[in-house]
Design a binder for this molecule. Structure first.
Ligand SMILES: NC(=O)c1ccc[n+]([C@@H]2O[C@H](COP(=O)([O-])OP(=O)(O)OC[C@H]3O[C@@H](n4cnc5c(N)ncnc54)[C@H](O)[C@@H]3O)[C@@H](O)[C@H]2O)c1
Length: 252
């Protein structure tokens, strides 16, 4: 039997590379898609059967052309490419705001739709969208990012609802404080690392591998009955909000 195929957008980045490597370890052929061809190539060369493809996910015609060029339909699609443009909402340019929505939300729809059409013909497929802890809660100076990820979370559910009957499962992974990719410069500051690590109930930052494991679990057969779910991978940060607030010690 031929190997299954996984396609990962933003595969040249921190989390994307780990997702590609996890898929490779599970025996998938991996298409590493990124607007940065050099980083996509660097990742694909580390894989046993990797292929690098340059694509700007916001360009609809290029997205359609990529799926035609592949000549086959991926078994797994991971919508991972994403960007942040941080700063106070009051000062945010509309161009920045729109760019974030275009990459993090609209492009995920465009890529998923192009892929799902092929999955529909085959009668099977798995899609995992990478959201964020910011899809369930806003963050300081996060601009359009939380809105884009919240939109992607709801889009995940909409896809799951409409495409489930076609044999396509759609889920999301919401990474928390991850020491990789876009957060690398942030955690280069030891004080921030320490404060953030202490705020996590399991007392450490997450790794790209923590996220990749969750993604490939949702994409795999062990998650066969999971559809429309957003799996928060944050070491318990989201459920610890009351721990951050002052409270008198209990008398009994
Ligand atoms: N690292 C974190 O702490 C963290 C936390 C929560 C969510 N996320 C999400 O994880 C995903 C991956 O982020 P990362 O941390 O690995 O960042 P990263 O910057 O290392 O990787 C993102 C990749 O996406 C690519 N990309 C950006 N715009 C693109 C476009 N228009 N077309 C094609 N490729 C494009 C970039 O070239 C890059 O390789 C993103 O969706 C991000 O929002 C990351």
């Amino acid at each position: 039997m031929s190997k299954k195929m996984a396609l990962v957008t933003g595969g040249g980045g921190g989390l994307g590379a780990a997702i590609c490597e996890r898929a490779d370890a599970l025996g998938y052929r991996v298409v590493v898609v990124d607007q940065n061809l050099e980083s996509a190539r660097a990742v694909s060369q580390r894989l046993s059967e990797g292929r690098a493809e340059q694509l700007d996910v916001t360009r609809e015609a290029d997205v359609e052309a990529l799926f035609e060029r592949l000549g086959e339909v991926p078994d797994v699609l991971v919508n991972n490419a994403g960007i942040g443009r941080f700063g106070p909402l009051m000062d945010m340019s509309l161009a920045n705001f729109t760019e974030v929505l275009n990459v993090n939300l609209i492009a995920c729809y465009v890529v998923a739709r192009a892929c799902a059409r092929g999955m529909q013909r085959r009668g099977s497929g798995n899609i995992v969208n990478i959201t964020s802890l910011n899809s369930v809660t806003p963050g300081p100076g996060s601009g359009a990012y939380p809105a884009s990820k919240a939109g992607l979370a709801r889009l995940t559910e909409q896809m799951a609802l409409e495409w489930g009957p076609l044999g396509i499962r759609v889920n999301a992974v919401a990474p928390g404080f991850i020491d990789s990719g876009i957060s690398t410069p942030f955690y280069a500051n030891p004080a921030v690392r320490e404060l953030r690590s202490k705020a996590v109930p399991i007392r450490r930052l997450g790794t790209a591998e923590d996220v990749a494991n969750a993604v490939m679990f949702l994409a795999g057969p062990e998650a066969a009955y999971i559809n429309g779910h957003e799996l928060v991978v944050d070491g318990g940060v989201f459920c610890s909000v009351l721990m951050q607030l002052p409270r008198e010690p209990s008398k009994n």
